[in-house]
Design a protein around this ligand. Structure first.
Ligand code: G6P
Length: 622
């Protein structure tokens, strides 16, 4: 989704803004722009469509834009096509020609989110003589701020709060006012925005990695708050315009973790960081050899009183939910429903007393997951967030929070955050099972030992990557790939299929193996690749049979199974083995070859692995 950066300090702003934007590229975008002002001179606005280097070229790597205060934006089109004129920043006056300066505009701004009532607001502003040059909702907000600013002759903070009361939707806004050189004003509701301060400079960004290089002192501006940012300082206000305190947080993420570290792509680096992500997440949940959910605030009494669990999430986080349901039901005996957050928010699911709603989200900002969380709270459910980004909106609004420790994830296609979520949910399942008497003490110790051994086993799976690289070179021209499995293997198939399609652009589908013959099998042709996940003892024969049904219709078969199941090679053309572990936890291992397969296929096809077309890392709109 859109990315916002801002800088005010002693250095030239444009190169810092471009650097920040490049660190937000992973969020997905189709155009970009900068507004920079030199002292009290009006802002210069430059925008370009396509990749960020076009904007860098247009501004001579930022050198052509002089000034020490500025804002920047990468846009992921919602209202209006991805054109230069629709790209941000937008101005309160008339941006006569693309690339021209802000001229006599009093307000210049960038925005992430969607303003739902922008048509109605635009009509109001048209009646007051405003002229619009773009199709965006952002231009409407910037002009509305300008309208209140002039009509009531109030300061920027009051003009912004009036605007906030008037607009519906979501936004993170960064604005500069002509009369306030060296200052940036920011506001947010349901879209991410952070403010970092250093000695003589301040930074704004949609996400921490954009500013890690400069500072670790960060303010998480809250919903419906306004910030007035000057070099080295940020002051916050509530909707009434009254000053309010926001705590300064020290970010512990390693700056190097947001760099590629010698890997060709962030995705490959993050795949290799999975042993650490799983180990760190598990270690944070285990104290003195026992799972301890104290930090998450989940009391044993609460666990005992649960009547059901609803898991709501999007994308890969939803796939984690799909896997977790089998583990929780099997070990703890609690009924689990897994819902796509985008669907859950619009259905009237009765919520029985004792329901725990778990929202899983890497970013903690996904709009649908946040909405699902709010719906769950409104219906009286206890809510638990499993989130990677500390201080994110979902983490702040949920009753309970369990943090995954994957560190910053940059590649759009998630890998290490998925694995960290999986182990967190496994630990939760094992603890619920212990508290509710679903397992013996011996089983508990065994499960804990198996979880602790996973990081090392993931490392062993990674050692097999050359074979996967070789196999991916054979499938680069595939039209369709089908991933099949049953139970937990089905959950892994869902993630494997998503990894493949989102970065290689090869059509793929995941099916519960038994469902294939109810329609999809008619798509199997000579040479169609069918990948079977075969890690669950009880279901092994059944899925192999389904694969054979495909083979007899011409399919080329790949299988993923656990060490020792060598007989599978009689039926399957290419086999990948993962180390044995307790069957509840095999997804942590089986997913890795599938991530690698998607990765290498994308690389073989010469695609932009880390930033696949049309996708965004953090989807902050509905
Ligand atoms: C986007 C990302 C996915 C992610 C999903 C949910 O689609 O590309 O990788 O799984 O959003 O994101 P979240 O931050 O809520 O986990």
């Amino acid at each position: 989704m859109c990315g916002i950066v801002g800088y005010t300090g002693r250095d030239q702003a444009a190169p810092i803004l471009l650097d920040g934007l490049s660190r937000l590229e992973y969020r997905g975008y189709d155009s970009a722009g900068l507004a920079v002002r030199d002292g009290s001179a009006p802002a210069e606005v430059v925008k370009a469509t396509g990749k960020l280097f076009h904007l860098a070229d247009k501004t001579d790597q930022g050198r052509a834009l002089r000034g020490q205060c500025g804002i920047g934006h990468t846009r992921w089109a919602t209202h209006g096509d991805p054109t230069v004129i629709n790209a941000h920043p937008h101005v309160s006056g008339n941006l006569a020609a693309p690339g021209s300066g802000a001229g006599d505009s009093d307000v210049v701004g960038v925005h992430n989110g969607i303003i739902e009532n922008f048509t109605e607001l635009k009509e109001k502003l048209l009646r007051h003589g405003y002229v619009f040059y773009s199709d965006t909702d952002t231009e409407v907000v910037v002009k509305l701020v300008d309208y209140y600013y002039k009509k009531y002759r109030i300061g920027p903070v009051d003009a912004i709060t009036r605007t906030m009361v008037r607009v519906r939707g979501s936004y993170a806004l960064a604005l500069m006012f002509r009369d306030f050189p060296g200052e940036i004003f920011a506001a947010r509701k349901d879209s991410p925005l952070i403010i970092g301060t250093a000695e003589d400079a301040s930074y704004l960004a949609s996400d921490v990695p954009a500013i890690l290089k400069y500072t670790r002192s960060v303010y998480y501006i809250d919903n419906l708050q306004v910030a007035r940012v000057s070099p080295g300082q940020a002051v916050f206000f509530d909707l009434n315009g009254d000053e309010t305190a926001v705590p300064l947080t020290e970010v512990t993420w390693d700056a190097a973790a947001a760099e590629k570290d010698g890997f060709e792509h962030f995705m490959l680096k993050e795949i290799h960081e999975q042993p650490a992500a799983v180990r760190d997440t598990l270690n944070s949940l285990v104290k003195d050899g026992r799972i301890d959910l104290g930090a998450a605030g989940l009391a044993e009494d609460t666990i005992r009183s649960l009547t059901g669990i609803v898991i709501a999430a999007c994308g890969s986080a939803w796939h984690v939910g799909m896997a977790a349901q089998y583990v929780i039901e099997d070990l703890a005996g609690i009924p689990v429903r897994v819902e796509l957050a985008s669907e859950f928010r619009y259905r009237s699911m009765p919520m029985a007393a004792g329901t725990l709603v778990i929202v899983i989200s890497q970013s903690g900002e996904t709009a649908d997951s946040l909405a699902a969380l709010r719906v769950a709270k409104e219906r009286g459910a206890l809510t638990l967030a499993v989130v990677n980004v500390v201080g994110s909106t979902i983490a702040r609004e949920a009753d309970l929070v369990l943090y995954t420790l994957a560190g910053p994830e940059i590649a759009v296609a998630t890998t290490k955050a998925y694995s960290a979520q999986l182990i967190a949910m496994d630990a939760l399942a094992v603890e619920m099972a212990r508290v509710r008497g679903g397992i013996t003490g011996e089983q508990y110790d065994h499960l804990l030992a198996e979880m602790a051994a996973l990081p090392d086993k993931i490392r062993r799976v990674l050692e097999d990557k050359e074979r996967l690289q070789w196999f991916s070179s054979k499938i680069v021209n595939a039209h369709d790939i089908f991933f099949i499995g049953r139970g937990l293997d089905y959950a892994v198939s869902l993630e494997g299929s998503l990894k493949m399609k989102e970065i290689s652009y090869i059509h793929s589908e995941a099916y519960a193996a038994g469902e294939l013959k109810h329609g999809t099998i008619s798509l199997i042709e000579q040479g169609t690749l069918v990948i079977g996940v075969l890690t669950q003892g009880k279901l092994f024969e059944k899925t192999v049979s389904n694969m054979m049904e495909c083979k007899s219709r011409g399919a080329n078969l790949m299988g993923i199974t656990v060490n020792g199941n060598f007989a599978v090679e009689d039926s399957v053309n290419f086999t990948v083995y993962v180390p044995r572990t307790d069957e509840h936890f095999v997804p942590s291992l089986a997913v890795v070859p599938l991530q690698l397969l998607g990765y290498y296929t994308s690389v073989s096809r010469g695609l932009d692995v880390d930033k696949p077309r049309n996708l965004a890392k953090s989807v902050t709109v509905e």
